[in-house]
Write a protein that binds this ligand. Structure first.
Ligand code: FEO
Length: 397
């Protein structure tokens, strides 16, 4: 159902309560998501973004209840990824000549996805589209998070349509940030940043500084997923600046996989050693074969240091740890300390391999790691506690 934001702007998106995975299965969405599309009615009428393809017919049919499609003068495609452009083919079957405003990269991406000779109008930062009483100003935001991404700012209403930036995979019927559970919203916004935007943090800082220089008044930030930032919208901008600056809390996370619980017992003893030495540090343990991978990545994002544990199996480490390391490599975390540990029976290469992988993933490696032969006995557990204390000491250097 359409929802009016102001006299001129109406939300016409889709809330997807059922979505449990996004980007294939690369991102878990336990709280669902939404695909936000916005209709602007001034002297000219504009549609900003659409919805994911499975909802294309529903989207167009609901849009028709709101407006005669022929009244739409312009479409803005802030980003070509199919969760926002997926309903364009269905829509443009009805209004094929409507100009689509996007970046030059956006036009290439939309053509690459849909292979249609649509009426693209390419724009650059600072270009304006007059609507009558208000105007739209375009701000390119390359790599936030695709090369084509852009923001659209609406004068008069002082709204920044930021597309993926400032979004969350968070289904809600409440629409605004001050109308939802704050801790849920914070968790989903953080998870979104940690899992999607981390590699682009330096660009996030630069783009925000660039937008702030324009001194644009901002009454609302309308992203393409999740809630609209209406109550104190600048707070999410300030939060992004903190997250983008090699964010960390006083937290050490221990991630492990285990076959017969020897490596788990090592993990718990290492955690106990850290806590014995410093009660102020938050220590969290996750079994990577049982815990949601994106939640673990969010915890890594919050950590100053991460310990990785795996037994040696078939001359290597367990696949759940390997999968996480592959994700971590691409996310390019900054200023994190790491080390490895694990039990072994004979060849015992996993700790050395993990240590090398951590260096390749950009971690500052604390040491050569810690191994225990077979199952740790009382002395083995005491050694692990001691190792935890030594690792903690390294994080303080
Ligand atoms: Fe980059 Fe929400 O798509």
């Amino acid at each position: 159902m359409a929802k009016k934001l102001t006299n001129r702007v109406t939300w016409v998106g889709k809330v997807d309560w059922e979505l449990k995975n996004f980007h294939g299965r690369e991102y878990s969405t336990q709280k669902g998501s939404s695909y936000n599309s916005y209709l602007i009615r001034d002297k000219k009428t504009v549609l900003i973004d659409t919805v994911w393809q499975p909802f294309d017919k529903e989207f167009v049919s609901r849009l028709k209840q709101e407006i005669d499609l022929k009244e739409i003068d312009f479409i803005i495609a802030n980003h070509g990824e199919i969760d926002h452009s997926g309903a364009l083919p269905e829509l443009l079957r009805e209004i094929p000549d409507t100009p689509i405003y996007c970046t030059a990269k956006g036009a290439q991406i939309l053509q690459g996805h849909y292979h249609q000779d649509w009426n693209f109008v390419t724009v650059k930062t600072g270009d304006k589209l007059e609507l009558g009483n208000c105007s739209l100003v375009f701000i390119e935001a390359p790599m936030l998070h695709w090369p084509d991404s852009m923001f659209t700012y609406m004068t008069g209403e002082n709204i920044l349509f930021s597309n993926d930036a400032f979004g969350q995979h968070y289904a809600t019927e409440s629409l605004y940030n001050d109308k939802v559970d704050y801790s849920e919203l914070y968790a989903e916004t953080l998870k979104y940043y940690a899992n999607i935007l981390t590699p682009f943090s330096s660009l996030v800082i630069r783009k925000i500084e660039e937008v702030l220089k324009f001194n644009l008044p901002i009454d609302m930030i309308c992203p393409s997923h999740g809630v609209i930032w209406k109550e104190n919208p600048v707070s999410i901008v300030e939060q992004y600046l903190k997250w983008a600056d090699a964010y960390q809390e006083n937290q050490i996370t221990i991630i492990y996989d285990t076959m017969w619980n020897a490596t788990r017992r090592m993990a718990e003893a290492i955690a106990a050693g850290i806590r014995q030495a410093d009660k102020s540090v938050t220590v969290k343990l996750y079994n990577s074969s049982k815990e949601d991978k994106n939640d673990i990545i969010t915890e890594i994002f919050r950590s100053k240091a991460v310990l990785w544990g795996s037994p040696t199996v078939n001359n290597g480490y367990l696949h759940s740890i390997g999968g996480l390391l592959e994700m971590i490599k691409g996310l390019k975390f900054k200023k994190k300390i790491g080390a490895a540990f694990g039990s072994y029976g004979w060849s015992g290469e996993a700790v050395k391999q993990l240590t090398e992988e951590l260096a390749g993933c950009g971690f500052q490696v604390a040491d050569d790691g810690h191994r225990t032969l077979w199952v740790p006995d009382e002395k083995g557990l005491a050694d692990c506690r001691e190792y935890g204390k030594e690792f903690l000491a390294f994080t303080r250097q």
